[in-house]
Design a protein around this ligand. Structure first.
Ligand code: 5GP
Ligand code: ZN
Length: 116
């Protein structure tokens, strides 16, 4: 996926502040953090979004969630965190490569959503 931003990060063609990687996933700091801790965890293999996953993606999805607690604690959010997966137009997904946001820090991140 030549034109995919996060595939370029996986390939090392765009720098990122990596905090973890294994053979299937990569985690790095969000370039524009919304909270003191704001990490992104992505599959190394291109998956467009949570709307396009299939059963073959179950292991990598599990891995993406399973690292969240350890990475949040290591990066400064030991007492909890929030995982967000924006999906598609309604979910306001801007980068079309599946990613979990891990947000946290010393203070609570606040209510889940503004009520409409
Ligand atoms: P989305 O809105 O798709 O859920 O979130 C995309 C996230 O990617 C945003 O929080 C944005 O700040 C982050 N982002 C966009 N471009 C880059 C980049 O080049 N490097 C890093 N590390 N994060 C990026
Ligand atoms: Zn990609």
């Amino acid at each position: 996926m030549e034109d995919c931003l996060f595939c370029r990060i996986v390939a090392g063609r765009i720098p990122a502040r990596k905090v973890f990687e294994d053979d299937e996933i990569l985690a790095f700091h969000d370039i524009n953090p919304a909270r003191p801790v704001h990490l992104l965890v992505i599959p190394k293999r291109h998956i467009t979004s949570l709307a396009t996953v299939d059963d073959a993606d179950i292991p990598v999805l599990g891995r993406m969630l399973a690292v969240a607690n350890r990475l949040a604690a290591e990066q400064g959010s030991p007492d909890g965190f929030r995982v967000i997966i924006n999906t598609g137009r309604i979910g306001h997904q801007e980068v079309q490569h599946l990613h979990t946001h891990i947000v946290g820090g010393p203070d609570p991140v606040g209510p889940m959503l503004k009520r409409v």
